[in-house]
Design a protein around this ligand. Sequence first.
Ligand SMILES: NC(=O)c1ccc[n+]([C@@H]2O[C@H](COP(=O)([O-])OP(=O)(O)OC[C@H]3O[C@@H](n4cnc5c(N)ncnc54)[C@H](O)[C@@H]3O)[C@@H](O)[C@H]2O)c1
Ligand SMILES: [Zn+2]
Length: 396
Amino acid sequence: MAETRFSDGCDPASRTAHDVEFVVPFVHRLRFTDDVFGVDQQVLADLLTPSGDDPARVQFWLDEHVARAQPQLKARIRSFVTSHSDQLTMASNIQVVPGGEAVKNDIHIVERMLKCMNAANLDRRSYVVVIGGGAVLDAVGFAAALSHRGIRLVRIPTTTLAQADSGIGVKNAVNLFEQKNWIGTFAVPWGVVNDAAMLESLPDRDFRCGFSEAVKVTLLKDAAAFGELCDTADRIRERDWSAAAPAIRRSAELHLAHITEGGDPFEALEARPLDYGHWSAHKLEVITNFELRHGEAVSIGVALDTVYSALVHGLLMSDAHRVLDCLTRLGLPITHAALENEEPLFAGLEQFRQHLGGRLTLTMLPRVGEMINVHEIERTAMREAMRTLKSGNVRI
Ligand SMILES: NC(=O)c1ccc[n+]([C@@H]2O[C@H](COP(=O)([O-])OP(=O)(O)OC[C@H]3O[C@@H](n4cnc5c(N)ncnc54)[C@H](O)[C@@H]3O)[C@@H](O)[C@H]2O)c1
Ligand SMILES: [Zn+2]
């Protein structure tokens, strides 16, 4: 029999596979401050370290609604740069971008961001500091991750949701093909500064949104913290900072621990527990043409999967009621007319699976503080959960 020869003349025996496992160390720097462009300036300055003799070059990006709601902010940023001029310099004017989901719904905005980063001659040792809600953080973070294969990104989240959840994460994305976060990257931010003063101008509706992610993560990982949320829900809804601050901090810490200690920061495995309630939430956002905020959609999605968990996975009914009651007292919705669109919602399951590849894997809640992965949904029970929430008569 003729011997098989490869085109380079090597025989098969001399071909070897090289599967080398390697680890890349990352540092995640999370800070909590009260007024980052006031008394706590040093916290940000310490993150923006120069890497040679020259000052660090920094480009600031600002959510337009934050810029409007905090008219002194631009001047405060400039004054921050001036007072640290030995260490850092402004690489361009402060860039203002559309706020909210609009910034993620037009891919051309990302291209304009790339042009700005190029025009300012940013390099891998420069810093992009982005100040805004989760949507702006996602879009600017995506552009920064693409430029030169990754410019150092410092996030200053200005919503409760971004401080409690998305700003801590290692994902950036914008929406494409009518799907949430279709195009994006995994990229560990250089630093994240959760600043209390940034939240002062946040409208009540957006202030409440962040706590749906806090409910989500505590339900899965910290039963005591979930109990604390339930106990303080009314005060949080009324923006009592002594109740809201620990809830945001605990949620941020749980997310950070999941990323840094959970063993799968870039979501290579099947399970994606932080997406509890999100398969329907993402679809609800799209179906309602983003009339529902992400945090509100997550509240409904968490309510839905919680009722389903009670119907199918043995979650105590009294616990399911606690979850619904907690979300309601936080001022969050647990139902919406869009829950009537059962079939389009179920299409969200397939999109969720496709996004990850492999088998459908969803997190469900057998007990508060515990989670399980499931690979299929009993549609009859899920329909019942949808109808239960729709009826407003939550007797399960
Ligand atoms: N990357 C991730 O891991 C991840 C995780 C969860 C959510 N997200 C994404 O985050 C986005 C939602 O973020 P969000 O809930 O922060 O909402 P958002 O960014 O849409 O902000 C809500 C609104 O508030 C405005 N705003 C923000 N901060 C303000 C302030 N301090 N004062 C006045 N107005 C302010 C914004 O301009 C916007 O109009 C969604 O696109 C979601 O997909 C990403
Ligand atoms: Zn979310």
